[in-house]
Design a protein around this ligand. Sequence first.
Ligand code: TXA
Ligand code: MG
Length: 321
Amino acid sequence: MAEIGKDIAVAKNHLDNGDLVSIPTETVYGLAANALSEDAVVKIFEAKNRPSFDPLIVHVSKASDVKKYVTDLSSEADLLAKKFWPGPLTLVLQKNDLIPLSVTSGLDTVAIRVPKHTLTQKLLKTLEFPLAAPSANPFGYTSPTTAFHVNSQMGSKLPYILDGGNCDVGIESTIVKCVDSKIEVLRLGGISIEEIEKVIGRPVDAVRTSTDNPERADAPGMLSSHYNPGKKVIFGSVEFNLRKYPKARVGVLSFKKEHKNLNITKQVVLSPKGDLKEAAKNLFGSLRKLDARGVEFIIAEKLPDEGLGRAINDRLLRASQ
Ligand code: TXA
Ligand code: MG
C-alpha cells in the first residue's frame, strides 16, 4: 500500500525522482508524474493499465503557465481560462515541442488545466515541471474522490498519495477543444455547457461526447464503457427495473427521493434536496458504496438532463455499458 500524507516536500521528492504521486484536485484524484519526462509518463500508463492511445491531461499552477506549452490561445479560449481557472475545465490546445508525444498519444494538441485545490496548487508551485495526471483509477473503473479510494485501487502501484480530503466537485473536468476558432465540448464535466455558452456569448460549435454520439467521441479516452464500479449497472427507471427483476437483490442509486421497495438491499440518495452539484460530489463514492456484498446489480436513476445532470448521466450511462 502507498504512504498517505499531506507532506508536499515528500510528494515533490518522489516527483523529482521521476516517480508517481497521487494528487488531490477539486474534481477527482489524479495519478501524477513529470509531464516533461517520457520515462515518468510511461509509468502512468503502466500503473493504470491504460492504452497508449489515450492521452493525458497536463496540470499547471496558473493560466499564464499554459502559454509555455501551446502555440496559440484563441480569444474565446482566453475568456474561458479567465473565467474558470483554477477550476474543473480542461482546454485542448495546439501544443508546442516541450510537451512529449507520449503525453498526447501522438496528437499535436495538448489537454491542459489549472486545478483548484490548495495542496496541489502549492505542490505545482514548488515544482519545475507541469504534472501529467489522469484520474487515479485502473483504466475503465470508477474515478477516486478520496485518498482511501486511491489506496484501495492503486496503492501497490505508487509510493505516495497526497491526502487532500474529499474532492469538492466529484466528477472530472469538462474538456473543451479550442482549435481553429472552434469551441467543441469533448467531455461533459464539472462546468456545464450552459456556463460555457454564457461566457463565449454563443452556442458551442459541437458536443462530441460518447453519450451524444458514440461513434464520434473525439477525446480518444471517451470509450463508451467506463466508470465501472464492479457490479453491473442498469441505467434507467427504478420502478420499471425492479418489476423486471422481482427476485433480485438490488442496489439503487437515486437522485433525490428514496424508493420504497422490499427488493432494495441498499440504496443511496445522491442529493435529498435535489441539488445537482451535491449529486455530482457524491456520485462516485455512492457507486462504490453500492458495489457491496449482497447486492447483485445496481439500478441508477436518470437525473434531469441539464447543467451538471448531463455530466452525471454521461457517467452513469457509461458505467452501465
Ligand atoms: O478532472 C480531470 O480532468 C481529472 C483530474 C485528475 O484532472 N483527470 C482526468 O483525466 O479525468 P483522464 O485521463 O481520466 O481523462 C482525460 C481525458 C481522456 O478522455 C483523454 O482522451 C482526453 O482527456 N484527452 C487528453 N488529451 C487530449 C487531446 N489532446 N485531445 C482530445 N482529448 C484529450
Ligand atoms: Mg479517467
